[in-house]
Design a protein around this ligand. Sequence first.
Ligand SMILES: [Zn+2]
Length: 396
Amino acid sequence: MAQFDPAAATAAYLAVLTPAQHAKAQAYTQGGHWLLLWGAIVAVVASWLVLRSGVLVRVRDGIEKGSPKPVRVAFAVLIVDAILEFILNLPWSAYSDWWRETAYGLTSRSFGGWLGEQLAAGLISAILFTLLLVGLYTLMRKAPKTWWLWGSGVVALFFVVVMILAPVFIMPLFNKYQPAPPGPVRDEVVAMAKTVGVPSDKIFIYDGSKQSNRYTANVAGLGSTSRIAMSDVMFKKDADIAEVRGVVGHEMGHYVHAHVFIFAALYALLALVGFFIIDRAFAPVARMLGAKDVRGLSDPAGFPILAILLTVLGLISTPIRVSITRIAEADADTFSLEHFNEPDGLAKALVKTIEYRAATPSKLEEVLFYDHPSVGSRVRKAMDWKAAQQKVDGVS
Ligand SMILES: [Zn+2]
């Protein structure tokens, strides 16, 4: 038998796109890196406009009427701010998230459909972030010297709660979830779950085919809410069981290795550093931006200044944040290969994403911007795994 060549096998998988299509994917991906910068600039300008308009100060004064009502003020100011910033950022979101995607042929959503989803997502994030921020403002008031320390713990807790609850309570708002139909696909996934200790009593199917023909899945929840959810694409008649196993095995890897909790700890650390910087930088930045009638960091009317600092810190920390997820993604791939041994199934699923993310970026580009390892390196890893398995089989 001819020697299996992992490099040639990887090249064969990547050849699902023509060189011209690869070039287009690269233009799309690299343009996307610049969008991070332009998007941050748009967000900073939007926050600055809200600050200079003085509207948040008027909302605060209107509610206080001489006596302090800090929690009520925080809620009102933050909700007004969220609405204003949503509207000011909308033209940019429409360009970067709908128009550009349409121009590249990557979405067929109508503008109305896109806008509806934006409004729903904006409403949910406004509610969640308002709750988080009201908590942070309370800390700033009660512990003005050490709020940044406690605040990072609050962020970690918030992250864990949202990550665990989102798939169970928020994702069903965008897709319809129901118990998976009995059959070979369901049986296979139940058997897989049992071998790696993932709860297997709740297997759901959602209408993922309305977003894409990719095999998507997630394993989420905690305790009694734990469940496996799979796109209906995986239940079609011609579904590829190897691909299902590769993808679901990857998702089980995230769950079994508790990536959510590792992310929470690392994000708490990032928040700690970021909040400390904000604590020190707020006053000088407020002066620089010409903020009027803002009483200090703990005054919600000064939230746009906080938002500007968060935007800048968020942009600067991009390489750290994407690297955290990229390492976890590589770990989930390894888990899938080691426990379910479907290198070709995994590779087939992976090459379906290379229109959206160029498959063979430079190492530097991957480190700075890629929140998943590049598909080129992921397929190569799967093929190297396959080659190593064949060697093992050869000697046994
Ligand atoms: Zn993953």
